[in-house]
Design a protein around this ligand. Structure first.
Ligand SMILES: Cc1cc2nc3c(=O)[nH]c(=O)nc-3n(C[C@H](O)[C@H](O)[C@H](O)COP(=O)(O)OP(=O)(O)OC[C@H]3O[C@@H](n4cnc5c(N)ncnc54)[C@H](O)[C@@H]3O)c2cc1C
Length: 363
């Protein structure tokens, strides 16, 4: 009987491995990709999408088509449980799918926390299928508010403001954040970004936590902010499914991996992407820029396991991860380690990267 390899979630590394699957993998294996939506969205391309520079087809891949082209099976389902003893997963609609090896690349889920009214009234990016509706709502509403002053909040607030100015919307975007803007950046970068936000006409409320919201207004510190729609970008968490399956997790619920990208103590379970953490290097964040390195190790190790080998390749995350944010109007923020720059070149680099990713997965 063929070996069954199950890929849960269309995370980068999973897709990248599947793209090469036929070239390297033993003939007696079959694979299935399970994901809750027919489309895989790339949230890191959402800035230019919100700004109107990219179309929907520029930021998503049709997974049914992708799987057919690359010789596998696609199941449009949400996985709700993993039974490692029986080597099966259960899906929301009650299907049971068995595996010999499993690779989870599920990304993060939205945690709306305990702030009253947020769950009922805010818009979210997770699940990613919400992206088209959320974008349209934020573009067309009278008083758009973005909550979250991290990199993605800043990126989306500036991109949205660029779209609204180009489309003659009179009211500006409000950005509200419980802490400082871009807390992980150096003071100089933070100040430059703050100047840019002011110059582009956004209303910025820094160090003001949202305390509650109702259908009309947001209460943040002593402020009462009117809103038409609010995009909530705080509180992305790992899925609960790892913990429920008795897989090893850290204190926040991230799947704990050995350097071979296997769940610690569970050699048939591989993991990649934002919902996982390396046991030996817990402080290394695993964003989309490390995904291609992770994918190479994942591909090699799945192949070695399928060939019965025991010595596996190890993943060494880069010490300095690069990040490029779209700041709207053809400007980008590039950061690698302690080096950072805001300019047009960064934006062009981002565009090139995005195009390469889409070319890789769409053809
Ligand atoms: C606006 C914005 C900009 C960003 N920019 C950057 C950037 O510049 N650089 C960077 O490194 N990161 C960036 N990020 C973060 C980045 O998007 C995530 O880190 C990245 O998408 C995580 O990738 P992943 O491979 O872990 O999984 P994802 O790309 O999140 O994919 C997870 C997949 O798993 C599926 N899935 C989820 N739950 C289930 C389930 N129960 N069963 C089956 N399938 C499931 C999902 O549908 C999805 O297909 C940005 C995020 C946002 C919101």
């Amino acid at each position: 009987m063929s070996n069954q390899v199950l890929f849960v979630g269309a995370g980068y590394a999973n897709l990248s491995v599947l793209k090469n699957w036929r070239k390297h993998t033993p003939g007696d294996t079959e694979w299935t990709l399970i994901s809750p939506s027919r489309y895989k969205y790339f949230p890191e391309m959402m800035g230019p999408y919100m700004e109107g520079r990219y179309s929907l087809e520029d930021i998503r891949v049709d997974l049914a088509d992708f799987c057919q082209r690359n010789g596998g099976r696609f199941l449009e389902e949400k996985v709700t449980a993993v039974d490692q003893n029986r080597k099966t997963v259960l899906t929301e609609s009650g299907k049971s799918v068995s595996f010999d090896l499993i690779s989870v690349g599920m990304g993060l889920r939205q945690e709306t926390g305990s702030i009253p009214g947020v769950r009922e009234h805010a818009l979210f990016l997770n699940p990613h299928e919400e992206i088209p509706m959320t974008t349209a709502s934020m573009q067309h509403t009278e008083y758009p508010v973005v909550a979250g002053g991290g990199a993605f909040g800043v990126e989306l607030a500036l991109s949205l403001q660029a779209w609204r100015q180009a489309n003659r919307k009179k009211t500006p975007v409000t950005l509200v954040t419980s802490g400082p803007l871009l807390p992980e950046e150096k003071k100089e970068v933070r100040e430059n970004v703050r100047d840019l936000l002011d110059a582009r006409g956004l209303l910025v409320y820094e160090n003001i936590p949202v305390e509650r919201m109702d259908g009309d207004v947001i209460y943040a510190g002593s402020k009462v902010l009117p809103y038409g729609q609010m995009l909530w970008l705080d509180g992305a968490e790992p899925p609960l499914i790892f913990d429920y399956a008795n897989l090893p997790v850290d204190d926040k619920g991230f799947l704990l991996l050995s350097s071979t990208l296997q769940a610690v103590g569970h050699p048939h379970v591989f993991g990649t992407g934002a919902a996982t953490v390396l046991q030996e290097e817990p402080d290394v964040s695993k964003g989309s820029m490390t995904a291609s390195q992770e994918a190479q190790v994942l591909e090699e190790n799945l192949n070695r396991m399928l060939r019965g080998k025991t010595k596996l390749k190890t993943f060494k995350p880069p010490k300095k991860e690069a990040m490029i944010l779209n700041l709207g109007s053809g400007t980008g923020l590039y950061r690698r380690g302690s080096r950072a720059a805001i300019n047009k070149h960064a934006w062009k680099e981002k565009k090139k990267l995005d195009k390469n990713i889409m070319k890789e997965y769409s053809s």
